[in-house]
Design a protein around this ligand. Structure first.
Ligand code: FES
Length: 996
């Protein structure tokens, strides 16, 4: 990827009260209908279209960086946030609502649905419109032209491969060509994976850049299934392709007020005086709340199971601020402009305190004390800003290191980075007709939010209902209570519905991020075996503790369990700094620590003259081995003894080596000359499947008159496709197509409990609950069908093709069963609710390969290909699983290559915008290929483990490995931005000379 100069935002004047008040009248032809509309002169086209209920037009940044607000103006894609409505006067506007004929999907919409190009769907209408503009002018575009066209719309979920495929598929349909059904390539895994036959395309010889279908290898004895394991269109894809109003903000209530948040401009300060009276006096302002107006109830904002890990170091509004972007006050007003104007009228006098931004400095004697308040309990050493100190050991590390033939050490740094989901945090709160508070919110954890918000607002849980609509991505950042408490307080204060939404800048300064880590590994090796491993980690949690304890425990566990030395020791300090809080982020500590261990293992192999793959293979975790730190490092508490029950890691590595010609390329690259050097790297990794002994989920199935079923789950599909895979599991048991399941997730009033979407738990834990509920309801159906068929042994009945079939061939349909049970015999509702938890968290395992070209004169690293070979147990839906892997690799590539939240010495964010923050666009992406090696995990539903997070773990070390292969230099700090790489190449004499 190349450095991109981001144009300054805002040709559009600032949208402020007073300035935006002058009215105009414009005429737009929207989706073929001519409309005369009153607008304000300073209003954007985006605001006007959403006010007119064109909900497909999304709000993502309002600086022209993300493109989710794209519409067609006279057939050309434009960012509607950057265009004044008055400038569009007299023009023709097309939104996704205008596509499709007679209620059906337009071919482009169909192609996006069928290829799996839709995950959260927040970017989808913009991508579809962009594709339409392209195909209207070019019926047969090249892949490069498609990537170039889509580059104006960011997607944080998919990695763009399936979007490119969708546009090419749509082009073929529009040209009148036949297109095949969506496909995956399936092969039987031979005994020796090194001899596997790969389709030629996976060797990527000859420069073909077309996205390949996912390739799946299965062991010959894997049980045959008919719905599970098959590619399945996401159940929510059609409505997302249509741009239907499914997200939190696609919803308006009469009398709704607009909330806004005043944030701190100082990194560390006490609020000496705050006067909200001028703001309260502004007509149209209905509430202004400061710390003086709210009870001081301590809490932790991380959405985790009860009891939440300490410390409870936050209150809704405080008299001290601890980072730029910290909460100061909230207002509710009749319009967003009035709310923003009211914020400017709040007078705040600060006593500015010294700030500390670096965790090493924060731990020193005399450093500013960030949490000096007397009412926070559970901080390990507040005077040194150490919120947690963790120590865990298996065996005797000191003795083992003392006895080792070789001891190696390595230090590694990883950056702070933003989740950057395209839908911001947004929340709407209101009283319902029974005086219960409804919180409609973009959250991954609706049940935790209900439990956590209750004490803060002084309502019992029974008077709160949390509704989770579709989510426009979350990646962990919506596993936090960010806005819900403040929005609820405003509704309590005004008795009116209130909407609050973060600006994109607030997402960077006032939400959560990935913990920057500093890691020191020490490894003892004897006869090629790792006999001892030690990790000291400093984790920077920012201004609040939230996920600080659990992220680092997961990181220590995964970082030391991948090679699972029987003598392992983890020591960690989690440290406060005056920076925005870190929190949950897909990868959750494991990706930082696996970067360190993977790089060090390859460094060791090099120093010992060992083949890196063989050295890793000799040491990685194997089936039957106990995971030595599993008990000591649970999440936030003691865990449970666990051992590895299934692994396809050997096969993943063997197949990846073959698909990339790894050794041949490594040999060839030794002979390179010239400034641009190529390299290939690999890494292995593990993750988990839920939190052992803690995560719990429930599912309800209810049978309807026509033999269809309602599947009610508290699980939270944030774009991952979990609603679909849960439906596939139920369909498999019940002998029905997925179409016969109406999936609803999630609403605390109507769906059963689920801990929420995090920790890679949904397939494994929520799937376990769905499978159990389906088995239970199957037995009820069998019992009733046996009554109808007059059969003694219900267990002999088989459910298939919407029927219950007896051994003698007689059958009743499911519709007949349900009508009979509701109206005729033994009348009752066929329904079941089941719960599931597990004391195991079986690790998915994988091999990641990366190929790069490094310009040694500029430090520019161009990533040319990423290949991931994954054992996620059985892939319940290979299409969505592949989407998870591609999207995860794309996010991980940003972590490794370009994304970093930067601050000046006063703690002010330097790059709190999508443009300067640098997210990969479609035309910058490397080739990405996915291969699955299925295993049959005995504790998982249908043999499944998880797949959502493991793609985050391996790209950074594989890139490090590839850059070293190209240059001979190890770079132990991320990201690999050109300047860092250039400096490392200049500073390291060990850079490989040409022709070595
Ligand atoms: Fe593109 Fe989620 S599917 S942002």
């Amino acid at each position: 990827m190349t450095d991109r100069v981001t144009p300054a935002p805002a040709a559009r004047p600032p949208h402020t009260a007073g300035e935006g008040r002058s009215q105009a009248s414009i005429t737009l032809t929207i989706n073929g209908t001519r409309k005369r509309l009153p607008v304000e002169h300073a209003e954007s086209l985006l605001d006007v279209l959403r006010r007119q209920s064109y909900w497909s037009v999304k709000r993502g940044c309002e600086t022209g960086d993300c493109g989710v607000c794209t519409v067609l103006l006279d057939g050309q894609p434009i960012h509607s946030c950057m265009r004044l409505a008055v400038e569009a006067d007299g023009h023709v506007v097309t939104t996704v609502e205008g596509l499709g004929q007679e209620g059906g999907l337009h071919p482009i919409q169909r192609a996006f649905v069928e290829t799996g190009a839709i995950q959260c769907g927040y970017c989808t209408p913009a991508q579809i419109l962009t594709a339409k503009a392209l195909l209207d002018g070019n019926a047969n575009p090249s892949d490069a032209e498609v990537r170039e066209a889509l580059s104006g719309v960011l997607c944080r979920c998919t990695g763009y491969a399936r979007s490119v495929e969708a546009v090419q598929r749509a082009a073929a349909m529009l040209r009148g060509e036949a297109v095949s059904l969506m496909t995956v390539l399936e092969e039987i895994l031979p005994d020796d994976a090194a001899r596997v036959e790969l389709p030629e395309a996976f060797y990527r010889r000859g420069g073909d850049r077309a996205p390949l279908p996912p390739l799946i290898f299965s062991p010959p004895n894997l049980e045959k299934t008919s719905v599970v394991g098959k590619p399945q269109v996401k159940v929510d894809a059609p409505k997302l392709a249509r741009g239907r109003p499914v997200f939190t903000d696609d919803f308006r209530l009469d009398g709704m007020l607009y909330g806004a948040l005043l944030t701190s401009s100082h990194a560390h300060a006490r609020i000496k005086r705050i006067d909200a009276s001028p703001a309260r006096a502004l007509p149209g302002v209905h509430a202004v709340l400061t710390w003086q107006d709210l009870p001081r109830v301590k809490y932790a904002s991380g959405g985790q199971s009860h009891p939440q890990p300490p410390p409870y170091d936050q209150v809704c509004l405080d008299n001290k601020v601890r980072h730029v972007g910290d909460r100061v006050a909230v207002v509710a007003a009749e319009t967003p402009e009035l709310a923003r104007q009211a914020l400017r009228l709040i007078e705040v006098e600060y006593e500015v305190l010294p700030a500390v931004l670096d965790p090493d400095e924060a731990m020193r004697d005399g450093a500013p004390v960030i949490h000096d308040e007397p009412d926070t309990e559970g901080i390990y050493d507040a005077q040194h800003n150490i919120v947690h100190h963790i120590e865990a050991e298996a065996g005797n590390v000191a003795a083992a290191l003392a006895s080792a033939q070789h001891v190696f050490e390595g230090e590694y740094h990883t950056p702070k980075r933003q989740q950057a989901h395209l839908e911001p945090h947004v929340c709407i709160t209101y009283w319902d007709e029974d005086d219960r508070l409804v919180i409609r919110t973009s959250t991954q954890v609706p049940f935790h939010i209900r439990r956590m918000v209750a004490p803060l607002i002084g309502l019992p849980v029974k008077r709160i209902r949390v509704i989770k609509p579709r989510l426009g991505g979350g990646f962990g950042n919506k596993q936090e209570m960010i806005l819900e408490d403040l929005c609820a307080h405003l509704t309590l204060a005004t008795r009116r519905p209130v909407r609050m939404e973060y600006t994109r800048q607030q997402e960077f300064t006032s939400s959560r991020s990935r913990h920057p880590n500093h890691m020191r590994y020490k490894i003892g090796v004897t006869d090629g075996k790792v006999i001892a491993a030690e990790l000291y980690l400093i984790g920077d949690t920012g201004a609040y503790g939230t996920h600080g304890l659990t992220v680092q425990m997961v990181g220590g566990f995964k970082g030391l369990t991948l090679y699972n030395a029987s003598n392992s020791r983890f020591v960690c300090d989690v440290v406060y700094t005056n920076t925005p809080p870190a929190g949950a982020f897909r990868g959750y500590g494991a990706m930082q620590c696996q970067f360190g261990i993977e790089v060090l293992m390859e460094e060791i192999a090099g120093q010992l003259g060992l083949d890196v793959v063989e050295f890793k293979r000799a040491n990685w975790l194997k089936i039957g081995e106990p995971m030595y730190l599993a008990k000591a490092l649970g999440e936030g508490r003691e865990g449970f003894e666990q051992s590895l029950q299934s692994s396809g890691l050997d096969q993943c590595v063997a197949i990846g080596l073959q698909a990339t010609d790894f050794y041949a390329k490594r040999r060839a690259y030794r002979q390179q000359n010239g400034p641009v050097r190529r390299g290939i790297g690999m890494a292995v990794m593990m993750h988990g499947s839920g939190i052992a002994g803690l995560d719990m989920a429930a599912a309800t199935l209810k049978m309807n008159d026509d033999g269809s079923f309602n599947l009610l789950v508290g699980a939270t599909d944030l774009g991952t496709g979990s609603d679909t895979i849960l439906a596939q599991m139920a369909a498999e048991v019940l002998g029905i197509p997925v179409d016969d399941l109406i999936v609803y997730s999630s609403d605390t009033d109507f769906t059963p409990f689920d801990k929420g979407a995090y920790a890679s738990s949904t397939t494994y834990i929520s799937g376990g609950a769905v499978r159990k509920a389906a088995l239970k309801i199957r037995d009820q159906i069998r019992a009733h069908a046996a009554l109808m068929l007059k059969i003694d042994r219900p267990a002999d009945l088989i459910l298939k093709d919407r029927k219950v079939v007896a051994p003698d061939g007689r059958f009743v349909t499911l519709a007949e069963v349900t009508l009979n049970s509701l109206h005729q015999q033994n009348q009752h509702q066929i329904a079941a609710t089941e719960s599931h938890m597990s004391y195991e968290s079986p690790p998915p395992l994988a091999a990641q390969f990366a190929e790069v070209a490094v310009d040694t004169e500029t430090g520019q690293v161009t990533v040319e290909r990423l290949l991931m070979v994954v054992d996620c147990g059985r892939a319940i839906n290979p299409l969505t699983a592949a989407g998870q892997v591609e999207g995860g690799m794309a996010q991980a590539l940003g972590f490794a290559h370009c994304e970093e939240m930067l601050y000046d010495r006063d703690g002010q964010a330097i790059n709190p915008r999508f443009g300067p923050y640098r997210i990969y666009t479609s035309n910058e992406m490397p080739l990405m290929d996915v291969i699955f090696v299925q295993t049959d995990e005995p504790s998982g539903p249908f043999g499944a483990k998880s797949v959502a997070e493991i793609p985050m773990d391996g790209v950074a070390p594989a890139l490090a490995s590839a850059i070293h292969d190209a240059t001979g230099v190890w770079i132990r700090e991320l990201p690999y931005a050109p300047e860092r790489v250039w400096r490392a190449l200049r500073c390291t004499k060990a850079a490989r000379p040409s022709g070595e």
